[in-house]
Design a protein around this ligand. Structure first.
Ligand code: GLY
Length: 565
C-alpha cells in the first residue's frame, strides 16, 4: 500500500508540473484517423498503422502491443480486457478477453481456516493471477476483422522492446519506488534496469530483450506463440516454482469470445458498452437512463444538486451491479434487459429525494474501491471504423511478478472475484454468488469501453482506467458531452465524483469542488471523501456532419497523447 501511495504522489507531482507549465491537455484535430492512448509512442504506433492502410482494428492491436512495452503499469500481454468495435456502418460488436480463473481454482481458495482472506492472497502472489487473455483477444480481433498482416502489427512492439525507447519520468518514479521494496518484489527490483544492471535514467534508452523474444514468438506464431509451446511451458514452470496454479492446459483452453454489446439510448443517441463479464455497460446505461429523467433546465453543472443526483444514480447502479452481475457463462439468469430498461430507471428515480442522500444498505452488498491501474485507448480510422478498448493487469504492474525469461508482468485479476462466499460488509467486501470464484470463470469487471453513435455513426469513443471508478468517470464524461455539449477535452477534465453504493462514501476531486458545495452535500447526508483525481479518460468525438475528429487524453497521464493525421 505504501508503494501505491508513493505512485499516487508521483502522479500528483507530474500533474502539478503540467498545471504549472501550462501544458494542460488540449484537444487535437484530424481528418483521416486518430489514436488516443496513455502513451504518445503507442498512439504514434497506432497512427503509423493507419497511415500504412491498416484499419482501426489493426491500429488497436499495434497500439495494445506497444503499450505492453512502453506503459507496462497497465499495458500488457499478461492481463486481459475488452474491445468494443463499431464499423463505419454503425454495426457494433465486442470482444471479451477477460482473464479466467485457472482449472484448479475454487470458491474458497483465498481463505484461511477461519474463513478469512489469507495474507491478501486474492491480490498478492501468483494465486491472484488469472489466465491471461490479451494475446488471444487481439489475435481473435485480427483474424475476424483485421486487414494488415499480423506480423506487421506486432513488429513495432518487438522493435520498441529490442531497440528500446526513451525512459520516461513515470517509469523512473516506479523504478525508484520498487528499488525500496526489492525484497518484496524481486522481479520488479531489476525490471527497470539498463544493460549495466543499474536503474535506467530518464531519457536513457530502455531495452527489454526478454520481452522482445516473447513478442517475437507471438509475432511468428500468433496466438499459439503465447498459449502453446515454449512460452506456455515457461509460464507453467514459473507458476509451479513460485506458488501459482496456471498450467499449460489452462493456457491451451483459454478462449476470447465475441459478445453482443449492451445497448442503451440517451435523448436520441445510441450508447454501446461492454456486457458482462464487465459491469461497465449495464451500469453506464442504467445511470444514463436515470439522467434522462432529470430536469436539467433547473440544475447547474457542478452545483450541489448536480453532484447529489449524479451520486444517487451511481449508488443505485452499483447496488444492482453488486446483486446481479457476474460471468454470463456461469450466470444464465442475469436480468440484463430489466436493468437497462427505461422502466427500471424510472423505479430507481422515483425513490430519489432531491433533498436527502439515500442510505446504502451495506448489510446486503458492497463493492471494492480499488486501483487506478488499467489503461484505455480510443481509435478511429479513415473509413469511420471505431475501437474503444480497455485492458488491465488489475493493480499497477499487476502482481508485480514475472519470469525473467519471458519479460512480462502477470496480472492479479483474481482479486476482482468476490473473495469470501456469503460475506458482504459495509466496507469493501462483497460475497454474492454471481461473482464467486469457479474454474474457468471470468471475474466481474468495471471496465467500460464505450462508443456512442449519432445517426448510426460513431460520435463519441471513450473509456478510462480506475477500478470501480471507471464506470462513473466514463458516465460523467458521456453525460458532459451528450447533455452539456462539452468539447471532449473539457468533458474529460471537468470535475468527477465517485459513489459505489458501499462503502457509502461520495468521493470528489479535491481541487475541483467548492467548500460551499461540500458543506451543502454534507448537510444532505452525504459522507464526503476528497481524492486526488478520478479517471484517465482517452476520448475521441467525430463531427458526424463535417467528419472532423477531435481527441484528448486526460492530463492525469502526462505521457498520454491524442495523435491524428
Ligand atoms: N481490474 C479492473 C476491472 O476490471 O474492473
Amino acid at each position: 500500500m505504501k508503494l501505491n501511495l508513493k505512485q499516487s504522489l508521483f502522479s500528483l507531482l507530474a500533474f502539478t508540473f503540467l498545471l504549472t507549465t501550462s501544458q494542460l491537455v488540449a484537444q487535437t484535430y484530424a481528418k483521416n484517423g486518430m489514436v488516443v492512448s496513455a502513451n504518445k509512442i503507442a498512439s504514434q504506433t497506432g497512427v503509423d498503422i493507419l497511415k500504412q492502410g491498416g484499419n482501426a482494428i489493426d491500429a488497436a492491436i499495434a497500439t495494445a502491443f506497444s503499450l505492453a512495452v512502453v506503459h507496462p503499469t497497465a499495458g500488457n500481454i499478461g492481463g486481459g480486457g475488452f474491445m468494443v468495435f463499431m464499423n463505419s456502418e454503425g454495426e457494433t460488436t465486442t470482444i471479451d478477453f477477460r482473464e479466467k480463473a485457472p482449472l484448479a481454482a475454487s470458491e474458497t481458495m483465498f481463505l484461511d481456516e477461519d474463513g478469512k482472506i489469507k495474507d491478501n492472497s486474492n491480490h498478492k502472489g501468483l494465486l491472484s493471477t488469472g489466465v491471461p487473455g490479451t494475446v488471444a483477444g487481439l489475435y481473435f480481433a485480427h483474424q475476424k476483422y483485421g486487414k494488415l498482416p499480423w506480423k506487421d502489427l506486432v513488429q513495432p512492439a518487438v522493435d520498441l522492446a529490442e531497440n528500446g525507447f526513451a525512459f520516461n519520468w513515470n517509469l523512473y518514479g516506479a523504478a525508484m519506488d520498487f528499488s525500496k521494496v526489492a525484497e518484496d518484489y524481486p522481479f520488479m527490483a531489476t525490471y527497470f534496469n539498463n544493460e549495466k544492471g543499474e536503474i535506467t535514467q530518464p531519457d536513457e534508452v530502455w531495452k527489454q530483450s526478454a520481452l522482445a523474444n516473447t513478442l517475437k514468438q507471438i509475432r511468428d506464431q500468433g496466438r499459439d506463440g503465447f498459449y502453446k509451446g515454449e512460452v506456455a511451458q515457461k509460464i507453467e514452470d514459473y507458476m509451479k516454482a513460485n506458488g501459482g496454479i496456471i498450467t499449460t492446459e489452462d493456457l491451451a483452453e483459454y478462449d476470447a469470445i465475441e459478445r453482443k454489446p449492451i445497448k442503451g439510448t440517451y435523448k436520441g443517441y445510441d450508447i454501446y458498452g461492454m456486457p458482462p463479464p464487465s459491469s461497465g455497460g449495464v451500469a453506464l446505461i442504467e445511470m444514463m437512463n436515470i439522467m434522462e429523467l432529470v430536469d436539467w433546465e433547473n440544475i447547474e453543472f457542478n452545483s450541489t444538486e448536480y453532484v447529489h443526483v449524479v451520486a444517487e444514480a451511481m449508488r443505485r447502479a452499483f447496488a444492482d451491479r453488486a446483486e446481479f452481475l457476474g460471468d454470463p457463462d456461469f450466470n444464465l439468469d442475469m436480468p440484463l434487459d430489466r436493468l437497462i430498461s427505461k422502466a427500471h430507471a424510472k423505479n430507481r428515480f422515483e425513490n430519489l429525494s432531491m433533498e436527502r442522500a439515500s442510505l446504502s444498505d451495506s448489510s446486503k452488498f458492497g463493492q471494492i474501491y480499488d486501483g487506478k491501474n488499467t489503461t484505455h485507448f480510443s481509435v478511429i480510422d479513415k473509413e469511420g471504423n471505431a475501437i474503444s478498448m480497455t485492458y488491465t493487469l488489475e493493480n499497477g504492474y499487476g502482481v508485480k511478478m514475472g519470469s525473467k525469461d519471458l519479460g512480462f508482468i502477470f496480472n492479479n485479476e483474481m482479486g476482482d472475484f468476490n473473495p469470501v462466499p456469503g460475506i458482504t460488509n459495509s466496507g469493501w467486501q462483497i460475497g454474492t454468488k454471481p461473482n464467486l470464484v469457479a474454474p474457468q470463470k471470468r471475474m466481474l469487471s468495471s471496465m467500460a469501453p464505450t462508443i456512442v453513435a449519432k445517426d448510426g455513426k460513431p460520435y463519441l469513443i471513450i473509456g478510462s482506467p480506475g477500478g470501480r471508478t471507471i464506470i462513473n468517470t466514463v458516465f460523467q464524461t458521456t453525460l458532459n458531452v451528450l447533455e452539456f455539449d462539452m468539447r471532449i477535452d473539457k468533458a474529460i477534465e471537468a470535475m468527477k465524483i465517485h459513489h459505489q453504493w458501499s462503502p457509502d462514501v461520495l468521493s470528489f476531486e479535491k481541487h475541483l469542488m467548492s467548500p460551499d458545495t461540500r458543506k451543502a452535500l454534507e448537510a444532505m447526508g452525504h459522507t464526503l471523501r476528497a481524492t486526488g483525481g478520478l479517471g484517465a479518460l482517452m476520448g475521441i468525438t467525430i463531427d458526424t456532419e463535417t467528419g472532423i475528429i477531435t481527441g484528448a487524453s486526460d492530463s492525469s497521464r502526462p505521457e498520454g497523447a491524442a495523435i491524428g493525421y
